[in-house]
Design a protein. Structure first.
Length: 327
């Protein structure tokens, strides 16, 4: 469970610390940030982005940039809280900051999947890579994995992702989680841009081993990602629900009847009973037999084996038959 803090600190260091601490309280295993220098990441000619009220992309990201001297303090606090600390990198200046942070994992954002110069320069940061595949083709994903393998890099975790903000259910393809896993023989997960928790829960049931969800203190805040993020109350509910889904998926085949089903098995199944009172010496006919609850007698699977058998004892109507009653 990765809490994607990203840029939801709105450029405020105190807010960044609060987000980190709240994410840990909510049960996140990891927090993820976006490290960038707006001037290095975005051309001054880049237009604004559709889900943000901004005159230009560089102006927007400059307002969302944390001071460089805050990152080591945030890293120390994450260690104290026992959560993994990772980031997405977007430029070489940010790479220099990240080199001092001893990252637990590196997240490759969908937009950086083809940025081989930056990716190769990032090899020293972590052997654990998590790669989002939004807006990517199968050929681009395969090419990345082949390139990493040729350079003797560990296999990354691949995340199904829809690069829409927010993403509607009709834009999300959870079937790609199993496709990524099976096609590329990797661990697969889901980077979520939808609202609510039902899609991430379904992703876990679809086989996701990693869930990344945008995390905010308040979905009504002004920044571009708040309205597609989850607040602490919702995130905590989502984590608890996902843990329950994980438990429910822990057994993949029926090996035996568990103890909590035994009462239902006995009381809910049926046994062969006498359809009327019968005396000892009666040779049983189909008309002498019926099937009724409970299931503690002879199973209906043996119903036809009883025809022609002879009773040793008198039986009453609806009495469960057992093999000791028969010659």
């Amino acid at each position: 469970m990765i809490a994607e803090i990203g840029i939801n600190h709105d450029g405020d260091v105190d807010q960044a610390y609060t987000l980190l601490e709240k994410a840990a309280e909510c049960g996140a295993d990891a927090v993820k940030w976006q490290l960038f220098d707006a001037g290095e990441m975005v051309s001054d000619r880049a237009p604004g982005i559709s889900h943000a009220d901004s005159q230009g992309m560089r102006e927007l990201f400059r307002s969302l940039q944390l001071p460089t001297d805050c990152w080591q303090g945030l890293r120390r606090r994450a260690r104290e809280l026992g959560v993994w600390f990772g980031c997405s990198l977007f430029d070489f200046k940010a790479l220099g900051w990240a080199e001092k942070l001893e990252l637990d994992f590196l997240k490759i954002a969908s937009g950086e999947l083809t940025n081989r110069p930056l990716l190769q320069a990032s090899f020293s940061l972590s052997d654990t890579w998590i790669v989002s595949t939004g807006a990517s083709t199968a050929a681009e994903i395969a090419s990345l994995l082949e390139w990493l393998q040729a350079l003797d890099r560990p296999q990354p975790i691949l995340l199904e992702c829809t690069s829409a903000y927010p993403a509607g259910a009709h834009q999300i393809h959870l079937g790609n989680i199993a496709w990524l896993r099976d096609t590329f023989a990797v661990l697969a997960g889901f980077s979520d841009h939808s609202r609510g928790m039902h899609i991430p829960l379904a992703a876990v049931a679809a086989g996701a081993r990693v869930i990344e969800k945008h995390f905010t203190l308040d979905c009504s805040l002004k920044g571009p990602d708040h309205n597609l993020s989850m607040d602490p109350e919702g995130f905590s509910r989502m984590v608890s629900s996902i843990r329950e889904v994980e438990v429910a998926m822990s057994v993949t085949r029926k090996q035996s009847v568990p103890v909590w089903e035994m009462e239902s098995r006995q009381k809910g199944r049926k046994s062969v009973v006498s359809s009327r009172g019968l005396s000892a010496g009666t040779q049983l006919q189909l008309s002498d037999l019926n099937m009724k609850r409970p299931g503690s007698g002879i199973s209906p699977l043996s119903f036809h084996e009883l025809v022609g058998r002879v009773l040793r004892v008198d039986v009453e109507k609806d009495q469960l038959l057992n093999w000791d009653m028969l010659v």
